[in-house]
Design a protein around this ligand. Structure first.
Ligand code: ATP
Length: 601
């Protein structure tokens, strides 16, 4: 590439030095503006990526990160010195960039000729040379990749000044941290290419739908602001997600939302933006990283259950109990993410997807449409299945109902609810935290400090690994007043393989073909038992629940009590008769006196 369509890398290195020294954001913007003005159009994108310490936007997942050990080997080889000399300098300076800079300067001072026998500046490095070489470094893979990477790095160091080498080493090791916010770059682009900051809003809109600063700059430099206005949502390029404000008072929430809202379960998992294009699906995280490889099962579900050619939908991926199908807390999903073997992780930690928004479908951009309309589009293309569902929601216009819906969500294993505006202006606000969405999470956490002894009154067939035995047991507390057993949870955790083998044998004599007359249950178990066997259970907390009959209507109308995330402790209470199980009254007391611990959110 001719130099007039390229930029000397030394200019970029000088710019980095100035940025490192300044403490003023205004100065930072000014330096950027002057750099952009000097930068030829051909390389504006490369200049921006390098300045951000990367080669491509994050969502493309191009990894540069070379281990420091490898970088030290390259330095030693390039300078023809020993590794231990490099390590010594590294231990002294603590920074790989300073290490190479200091070593090169030392070398220069003792040599008339440059260290490679050529006067420095003979082959000045350009931005393209550095960028293109780093791309080759990133792409090198397979056998001999390490040597290839080292040799490419050496080829750059040969032509670099000590200052340039410092920044090259920092970039390749992922340590170039200039701390320039994307928003500052947007400001600078606006000033550099339009002369004022007033085009910033248009540029930011484009960035929200196509969060790739290199691309935006290139369009701006080649087609001007009109070109930027034409940037549209594209399937395959993640959109900056809409964020929520937070309130914890149902009255306040409804006031903010104009008296009415669409309340939705707030699922406790990982946010996902799904891009479907024919038979190709990409998944992006809240931070816009490509997470497709973590969830091959979700990809399959989306291909199966989204009835559209091209679309972008949003939802939450939630871990579910292998045996009961119940939702599990976020931590369980993270266990899955940490598993090395994705196939095994999929089997051990199955997930469900709860979709809550749609941004694009078959050529139509939907972000400017109000939420109720977007909902209709979503309902049109989603075929609900066991694994893929639309988020549970309810139109609410009074604080009481909002509170009840909140309690219901929590008892189902959710973190709380999302309250969303349904007004005309309820658009999808990309990249913004606003009052169109309000999250209502608990600001305290209850702790269940004691175990309870509950009676087995029913069971559900197991799935997956537990096929042929019980997946979960339906448990009840006792009400002496009514001489009845009332359900309070479905327990599927805490059982060892031995327990699972023993339980059907233990319960066999109590099996009956229908609900026992002394059992009061809203749930329909697969198998029913005479209330007899008592197990010790612990849970995360006791919550209100519309699903269970224990304390039904005793605390609030229409709801009873449930144990959230219940687990068998391993203790069979053969010493207790069913009538000696924990009573309904005891559970009500426990619910009322639960320890409240403030959670810093
Ligand atoms: P934020 O995303 O607001 O910065 P955060 O990352 O701490 O905060 P939360 O406070 O938990 O996240 O709340 C927002 C997140 O809730 C969303 O990013 C999304 O992952 C999740 N979520 C779960 N259910 C829904 C829903 N029905 N609608 C929107 N978001 C939901």
């Amino acid at each position: 590439m001719a130099l007039n369509s390229d930029l000397k890398y030394s200019l970029l290195a000088e710019f980095y030095e100035k940025i490192e020294k300044t403490t003023s954001r205004i100065a930072m913007t000014e330096y950027l503006v002057s750099l952009f003005k000097k930068t030829p159009t051909d390389v504006i994108d490369k200049v921006i990526y390098l300045t951000q310490g990367k080669l491509r936007p994050d969502y493309e997942g191009v990894e540069l990160g070379i281990a420091e050990k490898l970088a030290m080997r390259a330095i030693a080889k390039a300078l023809a010195i020993s590794i231990s000399e490099v390590e010594k300098e590294y231990n002294r300076s603590g920074d790989i960039g300073l290490t190479v800079q200091n070593l090169m300067q030392k070398r220069r001072a003792t040599s008339i000729l440059d260290y490679f026998g050529a006067p420095s500046g003979l082959h000045p490095l350009t931005v393209s040379k550095v960028y293109d070489t780093l791309v080759r470094v990133a792409k090198a893979s397979g056998v001999g990749a390490q040597e290839t990477k080292i040799n490419l790095l050496i080829s750059l160091l040969k032509d670099a000044s000590p200052n340039e080498a410092k920044y090259i080493l920092r970039i390749v090791t992922g340590k170039l941290r200039l701390g320039i916010a994307d928003m500052t770059i947007l400001d600078a682009l606006s000033i550099a290419f339009t002369g004022t900051k007033s085009a910033r809003e248009i540029i930011e809109r484009a960035y929200n739908v196509h969060p790739d600063l290199g691309y935006i700059a290139k369009v701006l430099a080649t087609k001007g602001i009109e070109g930027v206005k034409d940037i549209r949502i594209k399937v395959g390029i993640p959109v900056l997600p809409m964020l929520a404000e937070r309130l914890n008072d149902p009255v306040e929430i409804l006031k903010k939302l104009g008296g009415e809202c669409l309340a939705e379960y707030k699922y406790d998992g990982e946010r996902v933006q799904v891009h479907k294009d024919g038979n190709r699906v990409l998944l992006f995280s809240r931070r816009l990283e490509n997470i497709t490889h973590h969830y091959p099962d979700v990809v399959e579900y989306m291909l199966r259950d989204l009835d559209c050619e091209k679309c972008i939908v949003e939802g939450e991926i939630v871990a579910v109990d292998l045996n009961t199908g119940d939702m599990l807390p976020f931590q369980d999903l993270m266990h899955r993410r940490r598993k090395y073997d994705v196939k095994r992780a999929m089997e051990e930690y199955p997930v469900n997807v709860y979709l809550f928004d749609i941004l694009f479908v078959d050529g139509e951009e939907l972000i400017e449409k109000p939420l109720p309309e977007r909902r209709k589009y979503l309902e049109k293309i989603v075929k609900p299945t066991e694994e893929v569902k639309i988020a549970v929601s309810k139109r609410v216009d009074n604080p009481n109902d909002l509170m009840l819906f909140f309690e219901q969500a929590v008892s189902m294993g959710c973190e709380g609810i999302m309250c969303k505006s349904t007004l005309k202006n309820s658009i999808y606000q990309m990249g913004a935290r606003g009052w169109l969405w309000i999250k209502f999470k608990r600001d305290y956490q209850y702790e269940m400090t004691d175990t309870v002894d509950l009676v087995v009154i029913g069971a559900f067939h197991g799935r997956g690994r537990r096929a042929g035995t019980y997946g979960a047991l339906l448990m009840a507390a006792y009400s002496p007043e009514e001489d009845a057993f009332k359900t309070v949870c479905k327990v599927g955790s805490g059982f060892t393989d031995e327990d699972l083998e023993q339980l059907p044998k233990l319960l066999e004599p109590y099996k009956i073909p229908h609900r026992h007359p002394r059992v009061i249950s809203k749930m329909d178990a697969d198998i029913w038992f005479v209330p007899a066997i008592v197990l010790e259970i612990i849970g995360a907390e006791i919550t209100l629940s519309p699903l269970h009959t224990c304390a039904l209507n005793k605390i609030e109308r229409g709801v009873g009590l449930a144990i959230r995330f219940p687990r068998f402790t391993g203790r069979y209470r053969f010493d207790k008769k069913a009538e000696q199980a924990t009573t309904e009254e005891e559970l009500i007391e426990m619910y009322k006196s639960q320890k409240k611990t403030k959670v810093m959110a």
